[in-house]
Design a protein around this ligand. Structure first.
Ligand code: FE2
Length: 433
């Protein structure tokens, strides 16, 4: 086996261990609809196997469908999440047997595949990378479901590294063109391609994500009830939903508490705020006299090495994420406090760009110039337009295999169950460029 095949086999093992850990619960927990925003966990479990079957066994391996009668049930576009608990889904035991049967054949296909072939599904192991990243994305989705379930004892926790105070509040990113997106990364999604030059004028960006302490100042200042700070649609959403604080926050005894995986604890001031919608992030930024960064600004601050004239795979360089660089891979079930990862700083000095919390940007999710849908339109193309906002950087719940400087995530501006926060930016004056 080549190194690449060994790496793929290890990544497949790791992601499957993760999925099985998150679904190591009573059947009643797995089949229940915990929120109308989410699928039952047992749907995610069978769906990742079905997706792997579609793209690795059938599209790449040319193998006949194992259970064609279940395809429609696990097609994410055929059934909205709120309705999936009402389908005649595979039971947890059947789902585990099905995905394990798929996996056994996938390893045979991997063994036989020519990953140097020019066919885009084979080159660099693309179809395997698609399956690995997709399953990790569902791992993060499962964590959001487990958080919404309010049940304790289902999710492992850990201790993130300590925060660090001091240092500048913001860093300058000089003006000029930079190379956004990628042509080179074999596992990059269609929406990250092609690489293209973008002219970005000089701007300042927060060195660290906005913390709970800072966000609580916005709340205390009446930020939620002052329409001056809000996008009009966001203000309507806020009023109709009676939103007065981030999701999972409650006020008691003169302080803020949060519920995290079924346990209630004081809101830690130094942690990046999470579970805020795009509308809340946008309102905070306006209240602070700033704005959200565009996704081009975010990507330039994250990975552009001006001295070398090239984009880095990660803020700290091209080496894989280690525990000293970024809060990724669910080492703890929460973001690390601000300043926890100085070794993960980007060339411009921004920290925690990768990991801890997804970061909302001001940009709509749109195709890059020259975009070509691959391998199917429903991954990215059907979401393009003025409906979804771009998020960047991954969260504590994101696995290192499923994030990089160029990675683009997107969601509706009202969504708060995702592990999303933000940082703010402002234009630089002409004397600062
Ligand atoms: Fe999916």
């Amino acid at each position: 086996m080549t190194d690449l095949k060994e790496r793929i086999a290890a990544a497949l093992r790791e992601v499957r261990d993760r999925s099985l850990t998150y679904t190591d619960a009573d059947d009643a927990v797995l089949v229940r609809r915990h929120s109308r925003l989410m699928s039952p966990l047992v749907w995610d479990l069978a769906h990742v196997g079905n997706y792997e079957e579609l793209w690795v066994l059938r599209a790449l391996g040319g193998i006949e469908p194992l259970r064609p009668e279940i395809d429609q049930m696990y097609d994410a576009f055929a059934h909205p999440r709120a309705e999936r608990a009402g389908l005649p889904l595979l039971t947890p035991r059947e789902a585990r047997a099905y995905i394990s049967g798929v996996r056994g054949r996938v390893l045979d296909v991997l063994d036989a595949a020519d990953l140097g072939a020019p066919d885009p599904l084979r080159a660099g192991g693309f179809a395997f990378g698609l399956a690995v990243q997709h399953e990790h994305q569902h791992g993060e989705t499962m964590l959001a479901t487990l958080q919404l379930s309010g049940r304790a004892g289902l999710v492992r926790d850990g201790e993130p590294p300590p925060g660090r105070s001091g240092g500048p509040a913001e860093v300058l990113v000089p003006g000029g063109p930079f190379l956004a997106g990628t042509d080179a990364l074999p596992w990059a999604y269609d929406n990250e391609r092609p690489a293209h030059l973008v002219e970005v004028p000089a701007f300042w960006i927060d060195r660290l994500p906005v913390t709970n302490e800072r966000f609580a100042e916005f709340v205390a200042d009446g930020g939620y009830t002052d329409p001056r700070w809000w996008d009009p649609a966001g203000y309507r959403w806020r009023r109709e939903g009676e939103v007065t604080a981030p999701l999972f926050w409650t006020r008691d005894g003169g302080r803020w508490w949060r519920t995290r995986f079924g346990r209630t604890e004081p809101v830690p001031p130094e942690e990046p705020v999470q579970h805020v919608s795009w509308y809340e992030a946008d309102a905070y930024a306006r209240w602070a006299g700033r704005r959200l960064p565009t996704e081009a600004e975010w990507e330039k601050a994250c990975g552009w090495d001006r001295a070398a004239g090239r984009a880095l795979l990660y803020p700290w360089g091209d080496g894989p994420p280690g525990p000293q660089h970024a809060g990724l891979g669910h080492r703890a079930a929460r973001p690390a406090p601000a300043g926890a990862y100085p070794a993960g700083a980007s060339p411009c000095g921004a920290e925690q760009m990768i990991g801890d919390v997804w970061e909302w940007t001001s940009s709509w999710f749109r195709p890059y110039p020259g975009f070509r849908a691959f391998p199917y339109r429903e991954y990215s193309e059907v979401f393009f337009g003025r409906t979804h906002r771009v998020l960047r950087g991954g969260s504590w719940a994101t696995h290192p295999d499923a994030v990089r400087t160029t990675f683009r995530n997107w969601d509706l501006p009202v969504r708060r169950q995702i592990f999303a926060g933000f940082r703010t930016a402002r234009a630089a004056g002409p004397e600062e460029c």
